[in-house]
Design a protein around this ligand. Structure first.
Ligand code: ZN
Length: 410
């Protein structure tokens, strides 16, 4: 056997062993872990204590919304550290409540296996998407291909590159008519691997735009370019036992340092380029001035955020606040949840995922939003599959509101 084959096989085996080790460690870390909400972090002593625990990987920070009188921080604490962390927080007079009693149990309950086998469904409908559970990348991409086969006049699917691990990066174009190029609306999901509600909500938007297109007049005025899973490697990894994995989530970068004077978030300190994000970003640039809107879906917290994320300045000629509030009203109307609208710098310190970057980069996209989907922390990243449909409806309501504005602009 040639040596390089042997090396390749050994290399693959070592990688697999490493992954198995990661899975084992993750299972241990999640079992009996709790998510605590530190209710109002007011002073530097409190901030330092939490920052230190994050740096030493005693806790994982999940979300950092700004709240009246300080900052709220959701942290995941492994069972072995619970006593110590709670005592530490009490020591600096930081009040907290338990949001999730057992992370391991919440993971097990999030995504029940469907009764009907996927293969039967595939044979009957030509795709596996159900919106009854969280699907793998192959099911999501299979659904895009199914739509392209079934609605060839309306839908086309492009593979614009491949991920580090060789998965295809797929983008779907949906157009209401064959007329000249129209204003473009770019939508993406799945930048951050553990935010499962994002890819599924974006796929729900695709379903609504294609299968119910006759209900929406704006379809004639806009070309939609949509990427449901920007980071397929990370998404698959979170389905393979490391549910809350985040290390590869560095593509978007964050401005936590600038915002907060602290590296709250491990991801925020790294500016490693991310192949996937760049591939799609280059694609958006290639569309040029026709891109009128960009919405990127994340979770959690129920926020509609607009730039500028880093200096609290709202671009003066943008009507982003008004339209954001209009979208929030429509979202409440269709599915009942309340979304808070505002500038990302004032509302949220956690990663907002690149929408701001794009706008900042001189793309001059008129309508730019980061939407943090459900929930408000009861389940956080572990939102049960039963919330997929209502959240999808909300996500679509936001896209509909913005689309109607674009159509009215002409
Ligand atoms: Zn995110």
């Amino acid at each position: 056997m040639p040596t390089r084959w042997l090396l390749l096989i050994v290399g693959v085996a070592l990688t697999r062993a490493g992954e198995l080790q990661d899975v084992k460690e993750a299972q241990l870390r999640y079992k009996g872990a709790q998510v605590l909400r530190v209710e109002a972090v007011k002073n530097n002593v409190q901030k330092d204590v939490i920052k230190k625990m994050q740096d030493e990987q005693v806790v994982d920070i999940w979300q950092i919304p700004a709240v009246e009188g300080g900052t709220q921080v959701d942290i995941m604490v492994p069972a072995v550290s619970l006593k110590q962390v709670k005592a530490t927080l009490k020591n600096v007079s930081a009040t907290f409540k338990v949001m999730i009693q057992d992370v391991g149990a919440a993971i097990r309950n999030q995504n029940p296996v469907l009764k009907e086998g996927n293969n039967k469904r595939m044979a009957r409908k030509g795709h596996r998407m159900t919106f009854q559970n969280y699907h793998r990348v192959s099911d999501i991409h299979g659904y895009l291909e199914y739509l392209a086969r079934t609605f060839p006049d309306l839908v086309s699917v492009q593979t614009i590159g491949s991920s580090v691990e060789g998965r295809p990066l797929k983008l779907i174009k949906i157009t209401g008519s064959n007329a000249d190029p129209k204003p473009a609306f770019y939508i993406d999901g799945g930048i951050h691997a553990r935010e499962w509600i994002s890819p599924t909500s974006v796929t729900y938007i695709i379903q609504e735009l294609v299968e119910n297109r006759d209900k929406y007049k704006f379809m004639d005025a806009i070309d939609f370019y949509i990427v449901p899973v920007v980071n397929p490697d990370g998404y698959e990894y979170t389905h393979n036992g490391v549910r809350l994995w985040r290390k590869k989530n560095t593509c978007a970068g964050t401005d936590l340092d600038k915002n907060f004077g602290y590296k709250w978030d491990g991801a925020g300190s790294s500016h490693d380029p991310c192949q996937e994000t760049y591939a799609f970003r280059n694609f958006v640039s290639s569309l040029g001035v026709s891109v009128r809107a960009y919405v990127t879906f994340h979770s959690y917290g129920q926020y509609i955020l607009y730039p500028w994320g880093y200096d609290k300045k709202v671009p003066p000629d943008y009507d982003l606040d008004r339209i954001g509030k209009k979208a929030a009203n429509k979202m409440r109307e269709v599915a009942g949840a309340s979304y808070t609208v505002g500038n990302s710098a004032s509302l949220l310190y956690a990663a907002s995922g690149g929408a701001d970057d794009l706008a900042k980069g001189g793309s001059r996209i008129k309508y730019t939003y980061t939407i943090q989907l459900r929930d408000r922390g009861q389940y956080g990243f572990l939102l049960p599959a039963s919330s997929i449909v209502p959240t999808g409806k909300e996500a679509f309501a936001a896209i509909q509101t913005i689309s109607e504005e674009i159509a009215a602009d002409g």
